[in-house]
Design a protein around this ligand. Structure first.
Ligand code: B12
Length: 218
């Protein structure tokens, strides 16, 4: 795999932070055409740039319109990277079925989408429920799809409690033990996972795949 050139790294980072989806798409395609590993683009450019954008938003250096256009540019770049990752993925027998979504009231889905694409590229059957997913939607999908794992993404302190209410709903109907529950996303930690009785937490998409594989191997 080729190295990511500084010119592309800086250009893509600039395109994301200024919210230029066309430039972001063009630079992402150039990186792929030069043989750069799509995961490298995610880890070296997309995640650090969005982290900085989030910090700038929090510090009032930028406002909602800028945050939104950065999000749109990042969505465009990750969609191109997703195609590349899926195209190169080996089609092995599925290790299991994962039902995944961004929890109720949370519309952040860039990170969840990266988790989905990596799980798919490792052969998992992934049922992506999208964003703002209610506890009952998680429950219905897990039962219908006979899922092994229910994975919840939460990016905001205000939506984090939905991870707990989702697990609680499964408990109330007496099916909690039929599934493994994983949580992730910016505002979630291992401590939070322990507190709500989830089976695991992962800080990034690559470790989410390892977590899913490890739990199903048990
Ligand atoms: C882009 C963005 C947006 C975009 C989202 C576009 C989209 N389609 O996702 C838009 C503009 C829509 C948006 C809106 C808002 N946002 Co916003 N947003 C961000 C930003 C800058 C980046 C998020 C992101 O994509 N990160 C990159 C991805 C790759 O990282 P990630 O999501 O963490 O995912 C990785 C891991 O966490 C893990 N992972 C993720 N999910 C899962 C799930 C499982 C099961 C596992 C195991 C692992 C895992 O793997 C991923 C890949 O490695 C963050 C800042 C930040 N630091 O996160 C703020 C941020 C999350 N937003 C914030 C806020 C406040 C908002 C708004 C309320 C703003 C407003 N006033 O309207 C709205 C809320 C909308 C809603 N109801 O959800 C705050 C939340 C603060 C808080 N304390 O909770 C943040 C932290 C910014 C800040 N510092 O203030 N936002």
């Amino acid at each position: 795999m080729a190295n990511l050139r500084d010119e592309i790294r800086n250009g893509l980072s600039e395109a994301l932070s200024t919210g230029d989806p066309d430039a972001a798409a063009a630079l992402t395609r150039t990186a792929l055409a030069e043989g750069v590993d799509p995961l490298e683009v995610i880890q070296q450019v997309i995640i650090p740039t969005l982290t900085q954008v989030g910090q700038d938003f929090q510090d009032f250096n930028i406002f909602l319109p800028e945050l939104m256009s950065a999000g749109e540019a990042a969505e465009k770049a990750t969609a191109i990277l997703e195609e590349a990752i899926l195209a190169s993925g080996q089609k092995a027998a599925s290790p299991g079925t994962v039902v995944i979504g961004a929890v109720e009231n949370d519309v952040h889905d860039i990170g969840k989408n990266i988790v989905c694409m990596l799980l798919r590229s490792h052969g998992f059957k992934v049922i992506d429920l999208g964003r703002d997913v209610s506890p009952s939607t998680f429950l219905d999908a897990a039962q219908k799809e006979k899922a092994d794992i229910v994975a919840m993404s939460s990016l905001m302190t205000t939506t984090r409690p939905s991870t707990r209410s989702t697990i609680n709903l499964f408990k109330e109907v007496g099916v909690r033990d039929q599934y493994k529950f994983f949580v992730g996303g910016g505002c979630v930690t291992q401590e939070w996972a322990n507190e709500i009785g989830a089976d695991g937490y992962a800080p990034d998409a690559a470790s989410a795949v390892q977590l899913c594989k490890a739990i199903l191997a048990k």
